[in-house]
Structure formats: structure tokens, C-alpha cells
Write a protein that binds this ligand. Structure first.
Ligand SMILES: NC(=O)c1ccc[n+]([C@@H]2O[C@H](COP(=O)([O-])OP(=O)(O)OC[C@H]3O[C@@H](n4cnc5c(N)ncnc54)[C@H](OP(=O)(O)O)[C@@H]3O)[C@@H](O)[C@H]2O)c1
Length: 331
């Protein structure tokens, strides 16, 4: 570990995804201070802080090595929390799936983070993180590609309250990355027929605007990044009667399964990396914890705004995860 503090502040600590993040941070040997706005939902040792009171954030983040922001909608929390992390001289990591927020963090906070000698890593989670790590793994020795495609198959997507609130709040700009630029997503999303190399088989997928387009385009030399998902999860999300994800195992995971393919192409040659697992909220825990552990390990840590795929050796990291969290393959 570096000489930074190994105590990590988790903001929004009693949220559904935050609980997985807190457990994963402890599993990699880090200490956690649980921070949130509701005293009644925090443990006795937890710290109350609210985004419109910078003094409360400064108190909560004093002396920590990193802050992990799990409180979404991130449109409301990312700005105040990243600024407080920078004032504290702590790395900032979040799990945002909102494109606009991730873009803003990667753009606006690069120079301030360098100045503070820390890293700002948005979207270190299923959306924005896993696809980015898979792309890094698939690239191998290629430094530029003609095309990056992410294909996601979910058995279902029963959304948490935070997901619902974020979708309702995030009505602004949704973009796709094509011809080297971000452009507004078409009002009728495109579809593709995709053959998954596992039991998801062949499926028609719909284009989805996620933070993956933003994290991948930030560091991979390519003119095009597309993300597509199957129909079932989109139907669940649209259904106001969908319940929150019910836990079915000791880890508190739901029965939802995921499979993600990342395919990079150059001169007609394709390279693929894939990951499968259970519960997109739960897997965000080890992804975020892996980023934090890397930022605090003995190796020189980059400063400025970076993505998980830029920070970590995608293949090495995904292979190192407990297969209970995620199964990884290349080719
Ligand atoms: N990128 C990904 O793949 C990924 C994966 C999982 C989750 N997420 C995102 O993470 C966020 C949380 O999701 P979740 O499933 O954990 O939802 P959740 O269970 O509803 O938890 C949300 C947490 O955020 C806190 N919060 C929300 N707004 C806040 C504010 N303005 N100030 C302080 N705390 C605030 C909530 O506190 P209160 O209960 O006090 O409101 C709660 O602790 C969502 O934006 C979701 O889209 C992204």
C-alpha cells in the first residue's frame, strides 16, 4: 500500500449498491467510514454529511485516502463530493451511470485533480467500468481500432429506487459516439443482431446510451463506440410495477444474470473479451473496490481524471476477481 491512509469514506453508504461496495472494500483490506445524510440509517460510527454543507463533507473526508461516492442521482452529488475530496487531498471514485456527469468529471476535474495529486475515477461500476475494462483486455497490443462494440444481455433489470430516481432526473443529453464525436442519440435507437458466445445465444439488441461510451472514448483511440442491450431489461425498467431487486443469496444478490461482450475491430479483424455473472449492482462492489485498491497500492498512482480501463490492466484485474463475482474470458 502507498503511504496514503487506507481509510475510505463511502458517501451514500446505506444505499443498495453502496452496501456491496462497502463489503468489497473491507474484503480487500481497507477500512471504511460510512457517510450519508440520514443519521438513522448509518451505524453508530457513521458520519452525517450533506451535499449542500461543504463543512460537513470536509469533516467526513478528513484524513481519508479516497472517497467513493455511491449517492445517486450523481447530477446532485458528484460536484460537491468531488470538490470536497480534492480539498481533502483524497482520490475520488464513483459509480455513476449518467453520461453527462462522467463527461463533466473527466473533463472539468482533470487539472484540479492533478494539482491536488490525486485521481478522479468516475463510473467504476457495471456501466462505465466493466465495458471499459473488457475493451482494455480485448485490445491487447492494439493501440487504435476502427470500432468498439459493447453488447449486454441481462436476464432482467429490476431497478432500485436510486436507479429509478436517476433515470427520472437524467432527462438531459443522451449521446452516442460516432465519427470521433459525441452526438445526440437518435430518437429511435438502432438495433443489431448479436451472437453471444454463451447461453444468451443470438439476440436482437437495442442501442443504449450509458457511461461506457464516455469512459471508453476518453482513452481508446477509435472513431466509434456503441453499446447495445437486449429487450427484457428495458421492458422491466419501463414497467412502473417492477419491484426492487429481491435478494436470493447470502451476499444479498438478486437472481439477475449478466453477460457482456466487448469486441474491438481493426482492418476487419475482431478481438473479443467477455464477462458473465450475477447481479449488476452487486458486481459494482468489486469493480469499485479494485479501482480504490489500485490507487492505494505501492505502484505509482496516476493523477488527474482517468477511467477504470485506463487505470487497471483490464484482463489481469478481471481474471483476478473471485469467479463468484465474475467469470472472464478472452477470444
Ligand atoms: N454505473 C453502474 O453500473 C451503477 C450500478 C449501480 C448503481 N448505480 C447508480 O448509483 C446510484 C445509487 O444506486 P442504488 O442502487 O445504490 O440506489 P439506492 O439504494 O436508492 O441508494 C441511493 C443512495 O444515495 C443516497 N442519495 C441520493 N441522493 C442523495 C443526495 N442528494 N445527497 C446524499 N445522499 C443521496 C441515498 O440516500 P437517501 O436514502 O437518504 O436518499 C442512498 O444512500 C444511482 O444513481 C444508480 O444509477 C450505477
Amino acid at each position: 500500500m502507498s503511504n496514503r491512509s487506507t481509510t475510505i469514506a463511502v458517501f451514500g453508504a446505506y444505499g443498495h449498491t453502496a452496501r456491496f461496495v462497502v463489503r468489497s472494500l473491507r474484503e480487500v483490506g481497507l477500512k471504511v467510514v460510512e457517510v450519508g445524510r440520514d443519521r438513522g440509517r448509518l451505524p453508530a460510527a457513521g458520519v452525517v454529511a450533506v451535499v449542500d454543507d461543504p463543512v460537513s463533507l470536509d469533516r467526513a473526508f478528513d484524513g481519508v485516502g479516497a472517497v467513493v461516492n455511491c449517492a445517486g442521482p450523481f447530477l446532485d452529488t458528484a460536484g460537491p463530493v468531488v470538490e470536497a475530496a480534492l480539498r481533502a487531498g483524497a482520490h475520488y471514485v464513483d459509480i455513476a451511470a449518467e453520461q453527462g456527469v462522467t463527461m463533466e468529471l473527466l473533463g472539468r476535474y482533470d487539472a484540479p485533480a492533478r494539482q491536488a495529486g490525486v485521481a478522479v475515477v468516475p463510473s467504476a461500476a457495471f456501466y462505465g467500468g466493466l465495458g471499459d475494462l473488457l475493451v482494455t483486455a480485448a485490445l491487447g497490443d492494439w493501440t487504435s481500432v476502427d470500432d468498439v462494440r459493447i453488447a449486454i444481455a441481462l436476464s432482467s433489470w429490476l431497478p432500485t429506487e436510486g436507479t429509478r430516481r436517476t433515470i427520472a432526473r437524467n432527462t438531459g443529453r443522451h449521446v452516442v459516439f460516432t465519427d470521433n464525436e459525441f452526438v445526440p442519440a437518435p430518437s429511435v435507437p438502432g438495433t443489431v443482431l448479436w451472437r453471444f458466445p454463451h447461453r444468451a445465444g443470438e439476440q436482437r439488441l437495442t442501442e443504449l446510451s450509458t457511461s461506457d461510451q464516455v469512459t471508453i472514448a476518453h482513452h481508446v483511440r477509435t472513431p466509434r463506440v456503441s453499446v447495445h442491450v437486449n429487450a427484457e431489461p428495458l421492458a422491466d425498467l419501463r414497467d412502473p410495477a417492477s419491484p426492487p431487486p429481491p435478494p436470493v443469496d447470502d451476499l444479498g444478490r438478486s437472481a439477475q444474470t449478466f453477460h457482456v461482450d466487448a469486441v474491438v475491430s481493426r482492418d476487419g479483424v475482431h478481438r473479443r473479451a467477455s464477462a458473465s455473472g450475477q447481479d449488476i449492482y452487486a458486481v459494482s462492489g468489486p469493480l469499485a473496490a479494485g479501482v480504490v485498491a489500485r490507487l492505494l497500492d505501492d505502484r505509482p498512482s496516476p493523477t488527474g481524471a482517468v477511467t477504470a480501463g485506463r487505470l487497471l490492466d483490464g484482463g489481469g484485474f478481471l481474471r483476478s476477481l473471485d469467479p463468484a463475482h465474475l467469470a472472464f474470458s478472452v477470444g
